[in-house]
Ligand binder design. Structure first.
Ligand SMILES: [Zn+2]
Ligand SMILES: [Zn+2]
Ligand SMILES: [Zn+2]
Length: 668
């Protein structure tokens, strides 16, 4: 809201008049609640101040330049007192509860982000809840939920107490997410008793860090992985062993169960890779196959990655499902990506078999806890827990169609099982014609999600849909049936609509040299400023762009006809190439960068997740490494991850020439 200078003058004059009239009363009332007549000083922005506020300048010259008005007038313009102003009820740093109620809670112990999240909850207007309200107790963390909370799973297996009791006993109320920073229910509830802290005899696990330090966690903390060979230890014991406590665990609070290391020991293990003494890894060429010996090393390194099963096992199985619900799969899981790329790049069936380990685990989860799996699969970000099911089925069935002699009936049947589990899990998410979005023609809830969820969070789930649809097509061909056509059509529609929306929100721009570039914003619902066909918004940063591309790669691979095709991948490659020679942390096209370069995060390359685009534009890998010295570049590119990605770029290049190619070197 801009004021004309005339309006400002009028305001100043009237304010000065009121000031004179009220000056006497003013000084005595500054510590009471600010009234509508209170005179306030405004220097622009959404906040104003009363005299006596620490944040208000004492310099008379500066003070004279500020606009003075009544607080009533300020409020009409949407300007509120700052939280530090005497008599202020505006929530903020100094006023977590908006001054309405004393809270006096020390959120400092929860860290900067943790405190920020909890203070934000206090901005939700207070709501009264009957202390006899039924609450459902989680099994993993000491949290309770409302009956209709969307995060509540396996309700029938949970202990029920009253809200009053939960508050008194120190349960976290309506908290969810890995560190408890999300508010899922009981919004606006204000506690009466403090939250319970972790006690000295709480059983946890000590993690040895690379720097030699010991760190104590509760099992289930997302900052470490519970392993079979770890020793459980109480917090007291850990402190005696000079371990420090994980800050995320402090924030999340007490656990109600412990890891079941015996059951964990029964999970399949990965072979250990010990590099031979006479072997020094060297960078792979993006054009020529490495030697047989080098290929074998890469395969062995890949097989040693571990299955990538995310959640641990607890004595209470409900706790295991709660941890599963809290896990994030969308990056996607590093091991699954490595297995997928590794198989495409080498054709080694042991790698495909490694991918199946987690696929079996999550197939069984879908069978045993269908309600949990369905809840998790509701949006493309979380449905990615089925990534290894879809991708391993696709690889198995694609191979079976092309080389029937290389795949057993048992393998085909297992792939079919993975797909059946997916179809059953996704049924309530994308089937049914009751409430279709008129624009997208898919269920309204999913369509709304497509339009609002960050692209980089959704892309790998959409890629998983693409893979599942391609695998179902293979299955129909092998089984000589059309049984799965409805699901194939649905999944493909989802992919198509998501891509269409991604492209329409994003910016596909043709530069003067005729080359096309594609970039897009971080937020799916961001409204761009459009200028000469260029879109300006919070263009996605390199790191998140990298996650997003792993999903695009699956779509290119499985369903290029749905929008992620050669031309589109080339336009993305052009943008990535251009970006690597700038200093901008966000990826845009050259013309947009000339007008308004952007860095959502600081420039930080190389990112080897971009190496695959070498298949669409020569020099991508060199571009990614263009800021490195020769020595640093060789160091980076001789690493496992860079070698794998360089070889996968060769696969993609070969795939462009032969769309039936299952793996690199297949035709030799
Ligand atoms: Zn103030
Ligand atoms: Zn809840
Ligand atoms: Zn922890």
């Amino acid at each position: 809201m801009k004021q004309t200078s005339f309006e400002k003058t009028i305001l100043r004059m009237s304010a000065a008049l009121v000031l004179v009239l009220l000056a006497g009363a003013f000084l005595t009332t500054i510590h009471a609640e600010a009234s509508d007549d209170t005179i306030v000083y405004w220097g622009g922005g959404k906040r104003c101040h009363v005299k006596g506020c620490k944040r208000l300048t004492k310099d008379p010259a500066l003070l004279a330049k500020m606009t003075k008005m009544t607080y009533g007038g300020a409020k009409k313009k949407g300007i509120l007192l700052c939280s530090r102003c005497p008599g202020s009820s505006t929530p903020g740093k100094a006023n977590p509860a908006g001054g309405k109620k004393k809270v006096g809670k020390d959120y400092g112990k929860y860290g900067r982000k943790g405190a920020k999240a909890r203070k934000a909850w206090l901005k939700i207007p207070e709501k009264k809840y009957d202390s006899n309200t039924k609450v459902y107790c989680d099994a993993l963390w000491m949290r309770v939920h409302e009956e209709n909370c969307p995060m509540l799973v396996l309700k029938q297996k949970k202990k029920v107490i009253t809200l009053g009791q939960a508050d008194k006993e120190g349960w976290r109320i309506g908290e969810s997410g890995q560190s408890g920073r999300q508010r899922c229910c009981f919004k606006g509830y204000r506690r009466n008793y403090p939250e319970k802290d972790i006690s000295g005899d709480a059983m946890g696990i000590v993690q040895k860090l690379k720097n030699g330090k010991l760190k104590w966690h509760l099992a289930g903390c997302h900052r470490f992985t519970v392993k079979r060979d770890q020793t459980p230890m109480t917090l007291k014991e850990a402190k005696q062993a000079r371990a420090y406590m994980c800050p995320h665990c402090v924030e999340r609070g007490p656990s109600l169960t412990t890891a079941d290391l015996e059951t964990l020991k029964m999970r399949p293990t990965a072979p250990v890779f010990t590099p031979p003494e006479d072997w020094t890894p060297v960078p792979f060429s993006p054009h020529e196959l490495p030697s047989k010996k080098e290929m074998n090393m890469l395969i062995k390194e890949t097989l040693a990655q571990g299955s990538g099963i995310q959640e641990a096992v607890y004595k209470d199985p409900v706790a295991t499902m709660e941890e599963f619900m809290g896990r994030r799969f969308f990056f996607p899981v590093g091991q699954w990506l490595a297995f997928y790329l590794g198989y495409r790049a080498t054709g080694d069936k042991r790698i495909l078999e490694s991918l199946r380990v987690s696929a079996r685990h999550y197939r069984d989860l879908c069978g045993k806890y269908p309600s949990v799996a369905r809840q998790k699969a509701k949006n493309p970000e979380h449905m990615t827990f089925m990534y290894s099911m879809a991708v391993s089925a696709r690889l198995t069935l694609q191979l079976a169609r092309k080389h029937p002699d290389q795949v057993s009936q048992k393998e085909i049947a297992e792939a079919e099982g993975f797909l059946k589990a997916m179809v059953a899990t996704l049924k309530p998410v994308c089937e049914g014609n009751d409430n279709l979005d008129p624009k997208m023609g898919i269920p309204k809830k999913l369509a709304d999600d497509f339009r609002s969820r960050a692209f980089n969070r959704a892309a790998n789930g959409i890629g998983t849909y693409a893979m599942a649809s391609a695998a179902l097509k293979d299955l129909q061909a092998i089984r000589n049936t059309t049984e799965y056509q409805p699901q194939i059509d649905l999944y493909q529609k989802c992919v198509q609509q998501w891509v269409k929306n991604w492209k329409s929100v994003g910016c596909l721009y043709t530069e003067a040299d005729g080359k096309k570039y594609f970039y897009y914003p971080y937020g799916a619902s961001e409204k761009p400023k459009i200028q000469d066909g260029l879109k300006f918004y919070g263009a996605d940063d390199q790191g998140h762009f990298g996650h997003c591309m792993q999903g695009a790669m699956l779509m290119y691979d499985a369903t290029p006809e749905l929008g992620v095709d050669d031309d589109f991948m080339t336009a993305i490659a052009n943008a990535i190439y251009h970006n690597s020679y700038t200093k901008n942390g966000s990826i845009q096209c050259p013309s947009a960068d000339r007008i308004r370069p952007l860095s959502r995060h600081p420039f930080a390359l190389p990112i080897d997740r971009f190496y695959m685009f070498e298949a669409f534009r020569d020099g991508i890998i060199d571009g990614q490494c263009s800021k490195l010295s020769k020595r640093k570049k060789a160091e980076k590119n001789s690493g496992y991850s860079a070698r794998l990605k360089t070889l996968h770029a060769q696969y993609l290049k070969a795939l462009r020439k032969d769309r039936t190619l299952v793996y690199l070197g297949e035709t030799k």
